[in-house]
Design a protein around this ligand. Structure first.
Ligand SMILES: *Cc1c(COP(=O)(O)O)cnc(C)c1O
Length: 398
């Protein structure tokens, strides 16, 4: 197999659903925070497959775990047990304090699971099934998760949209309280909004939400698909807030690049699920779980959460100093290595220029540059990301 980038793009145009706007790039190899395209050009990856490759590309521990597991057992169905699934379930329960786990294959699937658990819990407690989520959120692309996301552009043409979702402004506790009634099953939110432009929840907001949910018997659901798994300098973003959810979703970083999602629930809320209430064929198969276990171990053994904290702090300070000479930079948001550089100009052309300089980043929310590199990116590589970002801002000046 040795197709050129152009040939790949021709095949894409002819055979793939035209849903993605692809960059004129195709990759064939990765190692750590570096990627190589079909022609052998080297890139620094500050996107990490959209906050997925938290331990970098081709991490030896993850590669070995996948190889060893694949040789023994890839899939058996959830009619039977396997060691990787149970060890991973216990590990995530111990790490999060949420004692019930269910594995799926993606973030959207995890969110679907969270919605089902929350609704079942509510129905057992005489409440309705409405899920309140935040404006500017992102929870996935399935029918229920586009309804939970609530973004018009994502729902257009897909009517009828599932009912039972409503949206409130992020970080406004009073408007949340106004919306809540006997119909409310759960409040679902990202502790740090990702696709929405790296916007952290305010501490008081989450604390008050927690108190309010406890008072009313409503489940609090954290979508940590993007901000979880060490990304923000802690295993889960909720640890920054000292606010524990009843239900939490994970995916992106969990498998070190291998697809796996998880929904976790407290004993109390998860206990609402009965035999036959939910299921999956692939979810939690031994191969995916082995990859996830190796990923979590690598994050712990290599102190990648500390690395994320230190490198994130270093990068933020540099950005803040640069605002003097770069009036386009309005600030930087986020935690650890989940960062959004907020601009006063369109971020898309700047990301395109960065790509020409062989640095991959992402433009989100119109004017934000999302920096979510592998947590083990070196200081030198991060310096290049920083230099190229500034250079690209400069090159886009009119
Ligand atoms: C990416 C993302 C999802 C959806 O995950 P998929 O694996 O693409 O289905 C859900 N929630 C958040 C916060 C995400 O960032």
């Amino acid at each position: 197999m040795s197709l050129s980038t152009e040939e790949l793009h021709r095949l894409d145009k002819e055979y793939y659903l035209p849903t993605f706007k692809r960059y004129p790039l195709a990759f064939k190899k990765g190692k750590g925070s570096r990627l190589w395209d079909m022609e052998g050009n080297e890139y620094i990856d500050a996107l990490a497959g959209i906050a997925v490759n938290n331990v970098g590309h081709a991490h030896p521990k993850v590669v070995k775990a996948i190889q060893d597991q694949a040789e023994n057992l890839i899939h058996i169905s959830n009619f039977y047990l396997s060691e990787p699934q149970m060890v991973l379930a216990k590990k995530l329960a111990d790490l999060s304090g949420l004692k019930r786990v269910f594995f799926g294959n993606s973030g959207a699937e995890a969110a679907e699971g969270a919605i089902k658990i929350a609704r079942k819990y509510a129905s057992k407690n005489g409440r309705g099934g409405t899920i309140i989520s935040m404006k500017n959120a992102f929870h996935g692309r399935t029918m229920a998760t586009i309804a939970a996301t609530g973004k018009k552009a994502m729902m257009n043409g897909f009517d009828p949209i599932p009912e039972g979702f409503c949206h409130v402004p992020f970080n406004d506790i009073n408007l949340v309280k106004e919306k809540i009634n006997q119909d409310t099953a759960a409040i679902m939110l990202e502790p740090i909004q990702g696709e929405g432009g790296i916007i952290p929840a305010e501490k008081d907001f989450l604390k008050e939400l927690r108190n309010f949910c406890d008072e009313k018997g409503i489940a609090l659901v954290f979508d940590e698909v993007q901000c979880g798994i060490g990304r923000t300098g802690k295993m889960f973003a909720f640890e920054h807030y000292g606010v524990k959810p009843d239900i939490m979703t994970l995916a992106k970083g969990l498998g070190g690049g291998f697809p796996i999602g998880a929904v976790l629930a407290s004993e109390k809320v998860g206990g609402a699920i009965d035999w036959g209430d939910h299921g999956t064929t692939f979810g939690g198969n031994p191969l995916a779980c082995a990859a996830a276990l190796a990923t979590l171990e690598a994050i712990e053994e290599e102190n990648l959460m500390d690395a994320a904290t230190e490198n994130g702090q270093w990068f933020r300070e540099k950005i803040m100093k640069a605002t003097v000479d770069y009036p386009e930079i309005e600030g930087v948001r986020g935690e650890g290595l989940m960062l959004g550089v907020v601009l006063s100009v369109d971020s898309k052309p700047i990301v395109a220029t960065m790509m020409k300089h062989k640095v991959l980043a992402n433009a989100t929310a119109e004017n934000v540059i999302r920096i979510v590199p592998p947590l083990n990116i070196s200081r030198d590589d991060l310096q290049v990301v920083f230099d190229v970002l500034l250079q690209s801002i400069k090159e886009n000046r009119k």
